[in-house]
Design a protein. Structure first.
Ligand code: FMN
Ligand code: SF4
Lengths: 554, 858
């Protein structure tokens, strides 16, 4: 396929879609499917068949639409009418929808379960990475192409040199979305200059943080977006092989990516002589086996090579000596999701969003005690208050906001006093948290902070790869101390030891897992010291969560 | 070179030196667990933390991870670093069982040392200790996972360094477990190194378990004499018995590791049946009486039949002092020229090899590690010289290409190209290779390289190599031509006599062009090189001696630390010959068949009891020190006393009550000392040229040693090879019809070595019984099919007067037309006679596999 044929394909598909009077897009992301989305889709199809509307109405799968806890979600796109999303769909409601359409037409769609598009949940969001999610059918290449997939690649291959692609990414100010926020353009330039017989591009879709599912959603909802980003990266740095490393718990994402690769290869959008240029790029999927540490880049590479997923000291960095000794570019799945829009609209356009040092938008998995949970994409620099109270709709049940945890087990909490902090890399770091990959857990006044810290510490203890002593042994020791605190058996010295361990782990662990494992403890100590003191000195849990009967330890 | 300051001391080190090693050079031993120079840094234990005060790094960092750089200022005892290390020890000790009183590692335990030196004494952690189930890992290694501190040395050695996969880390987090998927003997023949490198008592030497405390050991630097490499060891003895062997690092041979044959094969020295008394007609007599009587008998024969009627046989397992004395005695006594090889064909091969080596061409084992291309010809490293396989693997890990040309089913712990061609074809192949190398401009090779088949004017196709071998051969030529440091390995077992010189010629051509690389031979025994240096008379071999015995010209045979009944290719013939002898005098320390047949027997000492010098296959003269006094090990002596207490002989009770002036079982002497005594009995002192010092004798007998000042060795031994070999060899006519057509209904029998179960000395070690496995032979699937046999069949091979039974292994990765038979200790392969010959199909029979036969095989 060449550029012209690509455009033709898009045109054909758009015309095909226009021919329908109404289109029902059913979310086929994991949350909606597990809430019964499959049955709803079937019911819609049946109802349409019963009404004999096959020619005028289409039911298709689509990716994530955002408010995941309200699934199954169905987006209704009436020709000429106003689009709407229906929540908590059931087969019965599906039948009612079709009936309404068959009867008086789309103007009479029921109000019940309807989320209008001007709901505040959508109001402050800016969809760049997720622009196609919830609109394209992830299993149909044509549907994605109709929304512009691979046009950026086609443009770059024809009009841009690899240097220019790198420069455009530099100009966009995009920073890695995998957690550390390393400037992506800088990384690409280093990689472009690296010497190697061959080079490799890896998309990191391991996403092990509890509560985070941005990457999964993107891979499930718009796989071609990720593949196009990888192909652009490969073109920019001179690679000819790519791997998408998908966490073992994400079979659906892996399947979608796999199918997308096959579809793209069949059309010459991946593989050899892409879009009839001289550029070759093959992509393969590699599945992890469910270890958090395999998201760390050196462990990830070991895992791809079939070895034990355990970090090795850097340097050498992957860009110098990566997979099988070849220079390897590793970026997060979401990072790749930003590339096509950047190339399409230009780095400056992208840099127009966000703050000075944190450009663009970021996807968050909003969870916890807010009315609207789900996947959101917001411009960086938005305040936490806007996220929690505008997009999230505030704390349900009349409770009050206590803190929000960002960055998962490697991050920290932001207390109510800092609700107006802009969400960008630097501000979060100043508060003792991190941007992380995008998990955002909101806690109300019924959360006990030492208990929260213990939860994350236990996670790190269990997920430590077991290579280096501080992380392997230190986390166990810290969990024990936190256990004692929440059991009411702790002494004031224990807190001192806890702090000491935090610093030691931070400074001396081999990889990021151990280095950041103390963050939740440090940050809760910083903002909620009084809660620790209440447990230790007064034998009282202010949130009423812990049983402080004092029988600590076995 | 970077110059840095560590604890106020300045040092300059080569670039790339880690700070931890720089400190060690200053005598500052930074604590460590995971770091081992051979394995490189891992960054796992975090024990080697030091504080960097100035330079590109700042703060507490791991000294094993940081390369020394100019201007660094490092403090190893900064309070922050000290506090951190103390905390690390605390972490490592969280789950440790504190079972030092019953741990064999106690006294040489790095964890004990670092716990004390790190200052951790108070247990602050109240949780429960995590415990593990231990695994059965075979007869060599005991496993005690609770003691593990997770330094990853074992798995990194086992998998990365040695290349075996069946032991490694399982599980994650605090539950990491080092072991196998399930219980079972470790597959690697290098497993014993786990004992040496484990910093605590997870892996301990099972054979030495609970027998001794480290501080009670008598220790001395020694050598391994279980193959020709001569690896450096430390021998550890207690109560007149070696209980454990450890690796010792050397600059030219082994990097501190050993193979399991070398580590666990020492049991011959304290074999319960080891003959420790002199005997006349199988009756114990005092040593002096036996020597006197032996002298008298020899004099008698000299009187009656002349000195020529006395022959002497030594072997490559004796130390050089003994071999020199054998030579000397024979020369002074004007006996028939001495032999040092039981197998005449092997003698010719070894002599040919020794004559090829010169200082420029002979590379050491450590040099093999640095090669970028290794061509192994007729050598099976894992089975013939195991540590060679480990050295090759180190080269492989640095991207060296490995090509093996051998008829056997070769296994190596690395990827390699295998040209499985028959022994005869190896010669042809080498001739073509030599021709090609000579014709190619190695300095500026043409690209692409012409097919060797063109280069060799069609010779390759003329000798009918099939196309896959030709393709492999072409790739080999390309690899060699493109290499920078090519090393050729060459064996002596399965190849013809001219191969060694062809290999050396190839190596020389390559070295002339590249300025690097060389040749590395593998010989059949620890001192085969020394034996070849002494075996000066090219015409005489032990076969002549056997003929002499048969026709009556030889009437007395002195056998010194040799077992011809084991090694002589025609067992039945030798047995018959020995009965014709008037007098058989045997000196040895092994309970061998030859010893049992001796008219007079004189006991000698093992290496551990007197030390000795050996020349390894590279021509490196190295010495082992004496480790312990001669004598029956105390527990054996005690057992004897117990026996006599039960009334079998007069005696005592436990504790042993054997009142004697000497040490029980203390009669044996170094063989050269016994020979010296014999000489006194034979040659009146005034007449003889006898000198006390065996070294003076050696200097007389070996010209290469003449200029040397006697005792005392450089640390890496003395390289006793000429500066320049006598010159490139012979252009042999290309043999085009050495191979057999597939229609021929016979197989070539190859008797080969196996890691365990075929080597002479270790075969006497009881523990080897447990690892040597059952006797087997190997065939190519095509041959098996033609004989109507299948993998696993029990076979009988019947030839002339002898037969052997073994099970069949069918192997794809070997040459057609050969039958590979390891010389297993439990089969009488000597009886097959006619060894280099062929075995007709009809002589290979499948035997019924009923239980009786299987019993027999066991
Ligand atoms: C313990 C640990 C877990 C990580 N997990 C992930 C992950 O799940 N996904 C990811 O993209 N990056 C993860 N990272 C970060 C990666 O190492 C790497 O920095 C990232 O993939 C680089 O991509 P980026 O530059 O696009 O952010 C993890 C790092 C650590 C230390
Ligand atoms: S910090 Fe933890 S996860 Fe990272 S290498 Fe060390 S033990 Fe493994």
């Amino acid at each position: 396929m060449n550029r012209v044929e690509l455009q033709a394909m898009a045109e054909t598909e758009r015309n095909r879609q226009k021919a329908f009077q109404c289109r029902f897009l059913c979310c086929v992301g994991t949350p909606c499917l597990s809430a019964g989305g499959g049955v709803v889709q079937e019911a819609l199809k049946q109802a349409i068949a019963v009404q004999g509307l096959d020619a005028t109405v289409e039911v298709v799968g689509a990716g994530c639409m955002g408010p995941c806890s309200r699934g199954p979600l169905v987006r209704v796109l009436p020709a000429g009418g106003e689009e709407a999303i229906y929540e908590h769909m059931t087969p019965e409601k599906a039948g009612a929808l079709v009936e309404a359409f068959a009867g008086p037409g789309c103007s009479s769609f029921p109000e019940e379960s309807r989320i209008s598009s001007d709901s505040p949940f959508f109001g402050k969001q800016v969809k760049i990475v997720l622009s196609g999610s919830g609109r394209v059918d992830p299993d149909r290449l044509e549907s994605c192409v109709a929304e512009g997939a691979y046009t950026a690649l086609a443009h770059a291959l024809r009009e841009m040199t690899p240097e220019e692609v790198c420069q455009e990414v530099v100009r966009s100010g995009l920073r890695g979305r995998g957690g550390a926020g390393y400037p992506t353009g800088v990384k690409w330039n280093l990689m472009r200059k690296a010497q190697g017989e061959r080079k490799i591009v890896v998309a990191n879709g391991d996403e092990g943080d509890p509560g985070a599912y941005m990457d999964r959603t993107l891979m499930e909802s718009d796989p071609h977006r990720v593949l196009e980003g990888m192909a652009l990266a490969a073109y920019a740095v001179g690679a000819d092989q790519g791997y998408v490393y998908v966490r073992g718990e994400y079979p659906l994402a892996a399947q979608r990516i796999q199918r997308a690769i096959q579809a793209a290869e069949r059309q010459g959008l991946l593989g050899n002589r892409i879009l009839e240029s001289r550029f070759n790029f093959r992509v393969d999927v590699r599945m992890g086996a469910g270890a958090f540490v395999c998201g760390e880049e050196t462990a990830l590479m070991a895992s791809i090579m079939g070895r034990r997923g355990q970090p090795v000291p850097r340097p050498p960095y992957p860009a110098q000596r990566g997979l099988w000794g070849l220079p390897t570019l590793i970026n997060n799945v979401e990072t790749f999701g930003n590339i096509a829009p950047i190339i399409q609209h230009g780095g400056e356009w992208y840099a127009g969003y966000g703050t000075e040092k944190s450009r663009g938008t970021k996807v968050f998995a909003l969870a916890g005690k807010v009315s609207w949970t789900g996947l959101i994409e917001v411009p960086l620099g938005i305040t936490l208050r806007e996220i929690v109270f505008d997009i999230g709709g505030g704390i349900p049940g009349g409770r009050s906001f206590k803190a929000a945890q960002t960055g998962g087990p490697s991050g920290g909490c932001i207390p109510a006093a800092h609700l107006d902090t802009p969400m960008d890399y630097e501000s979060l770091q100043e508060l003792g948290s991190i941007m992380g990959s995008g998990g955002l857990i909101v806690m109300d006044d019924r959360s006990c902070m030492p208990d929260v810290a213990k939860f994350f510490m236990e996670f790190c203890m269990d997920e430590s790869c077991g290579k280096c002593a501080p992380c392997r042994g230190g986390t166990v020791q810290m969990v024990r101390l936190l256990q004692r605190i929440t059991d009411g058996g702790a002494a004031p010295e224990d807190l001192e030891q806890l702090k000491e361990l935090c610093l030691l782990l931070k400074e001396t662990s081999l990889c990021g897992l151990g280095q950041t494992a103390p963050n939740p403890v440090l940050s809760t100590l910083r903002h909620f010291r009084e809660e620790y003191d209440a447990h230790i000195r007064e034998g009282r849990c202010p949130a009423g969560v812990c049983d402080l009967s004092g029988n600590s330890m076995e | 070179m970077p110059k840095l300051t560590i604890d106020d001391l300045e040092i300059e080190v080569p670039p790339g030196t880690k700070v931890i090693d720089a400190a060690e050079q200053l005598g500052i031993m930074i604590p460590r667990f995971c770091y081992l120079k051979e394995l490189g840094p891992a960054g796992a234990c975090r024990m080697c933390a030091v504080k960097f005060l100035q330079g590109p790094f700042k703060g507490v960092q791991m000294s094993c991870m940081v390369d020394a750089q100019d201007g660094m200022v490092v403090s190893t005892n900064d309070p922050e670093a000290v506090a951190f290390r103390k905390q690390v020890i605390e972490w490592l000790m969280l789950n440790h069982p504190h079972d030092c009183p019953v741990c064999d590692e106690g006294g040489q335990c790095l964890l004990q040392d670092e716990t004390v030196s790190g200052g951790h004494g108070l247990r602050r952690y109240l949780g429960r200790k995590r415990t593990y189930r231990d695994q059965y890992l075979g007869p060599f290694i005991a496993h005690e996972m609770n003691r593990c501190i997770h330094c990853y040395r074992c798995s990194r050695f086992y998998q990365e360094y040695a290349g075996y996969r069946d032991l490694g880390p399982l599980q994650i987090a605090d539950r990491v477990y080092f072991g196998r998927f399930k219980d079972g003997p470790l597959e690697s023949p290098f497993s014993g190194n786990l004992v040496d490198i484990c910093p605590t008592g997870v892996y301990t030497d099972k054979t030495a378990r609970f027998r001794v405390r480290h501080w009670d050991l008598e220790r001395a630097p020694s050598l391994c004499i279980h193959c020709s490499l001569g690896c450096h060891t430390v021998a550890n003895a207690r109560y007149r018995e070696v209980v454990r062997i450890e690796g010792r690092s050397s600059g030219k041979v082994n990097a501190g590791f050993l193979c399991d044959r070398g580590r666990f094969g020492f049991g011959y020295a304290a074999h319960p049946e080891r003959p420790r008394n002199a005997k006349i007609a199988a009756q114990n007599v005092p040593m002096s009486a036996a020597v006197r009587e032996a002298g008298r008998r020899l004099l008698e024969i000299r009187e009656s039949s002349g000195a020529e009627a006395i022959a002497v046989l030594g072997s490559g397992r004796s130390c050089l002092e003994t071999l020199g004395m054998v030579q000397h005695l024979s020369r002074v006594g004007k006996w028939t020229a001495p032999d040092f090889f039981e197998n005449p064909q092997m003698e010719r091969k070894v002599k040919a090899i020794v004559s090829q080596l010169d200082a420029r061409l002979a590379v050491s084992l450590r040099d093999v590690e640095k090669a970028d291309c290794i061509l192994a010809i007729g050598v099976d490293p894992v089975n013939e010289a195991p540590m060679l396989a480990l050295a090759m693997r180190q080269a492989f890990r640095k991207d060296a290409k490995v090509v093996v040309v051998d008829p056997r089913p070769i296994f190596l712990p690395m990827r390699f190209e295998h040209l499985a061609v028959s022994s005869a074809r190896i010669e042809t192949l080498l001739q073509v290779l030599l021709q090609v190398l000579r014709q190619t401009d190695l300095a500026a090779p043409p690209a692409p390289l012409p097919q060797p088949i063109q280069l060799s004017e069609g010779l390759l196709s003329e000798v009918a190599f099939d196309s896959s071998v030709q393709a492999q051969f072409h790739a080999l030529v390309e690899t060699l031509v493109g290499s920078r440091n090519p090393v050729i390995l060459c064996g002596s077992g399965v190849v013809g006599e001219s191969v060694s010189s062809l290999a050396a010629d190839c190596a020389e051509v390559l070295q002339n062009a590249k300025g690097k690389g060389g040749i590395f031979y593998v010989l059949p025994s620890a001192n085969a090189f020394g034996a070849a240096l002494l075996a000066s008379s090219p015409e005489h071999s032990f076969l002549d001696t056997v003929e002499g015995i048969e026709n009556g010209t030889i009437q007395a045979l002195v056998v010194v630390e040799s077992d011809p009944l084991r090694h002589f290719p025609d067992g039945p013939r030798l047995q018959a010959a020995l009965t014709k002898l008037q007098f058989l005098l045997v000196l040895d320390y092994l309970p061998s068949e030859t010893v049992r047949r001796a008219d007079i027997f004189l006991p000698t000492c093992t290496l551990f009891e007197v030390g000795g010098s050996f020349i390894n296959q590279q021509g490196r003269l190295q010495a082992a020190e004496k480790v312990h006094a001669v004598g029956t090990p105390i527990h054996q002596a005690t057992d004897e006393a117990m026996r006599s207490a039960r009334g079998e002989e007069g005696g005592g009770k436990h504790p042993p009550r054997m009142y004697d002036l000497g040490i029980p079982g203390g009669e044996p002497k170094a063989a050269w000392e016994v020979l010296d005594a014999l000489m006194e009995a034979l040659v009146p002192v005034a007449e003889g040229t006898w000198r006390e010092d065996p070294w003076e004798v050696l200097k007389q007998e070996i010209p290469l040693l003449a200029s040397w000042n006697g005792r005392g060795y450089p640390a890496d031994g003395l390289h006793v090879v000429p500066e320049k070999r006598p010159g490139a060899a012979v252009a042999l006519p290309l043999e085009t019809e050495a191979h057999t057509s597939p229609s021929e209904a016979s197989l070539q029998l190859l008797l080969v070595d196996w890691t365990f179960g075929t080597e002479e000395l270790s075969q006497y070690a009881a523990v080897m019984r447990q690892v040597e496995g059952e006797p087997f032979l190997c065939m190519h699937p095509q041959d098996a099919e033609r004989c109507g046999l299948a993998h696993g069949d029990a076979l009988e091979v019947r030839l002339e007067e002898g037969s052997i039974r073994a099970s069949l292994k069918v192997r794809e990765n070997m040459a057609c037309g050969v039958m590979v038979l390891p010389r297993h200790g439990r089969i009488q392969w000597q009886e097959l006679r006619n060894l280099s010959g062929r075995v007709p199909f009809e002589c290979i029979q499948k035997i019924s596999t009923d239980t009786q036969v299987i019993e027999d095989l066991r």
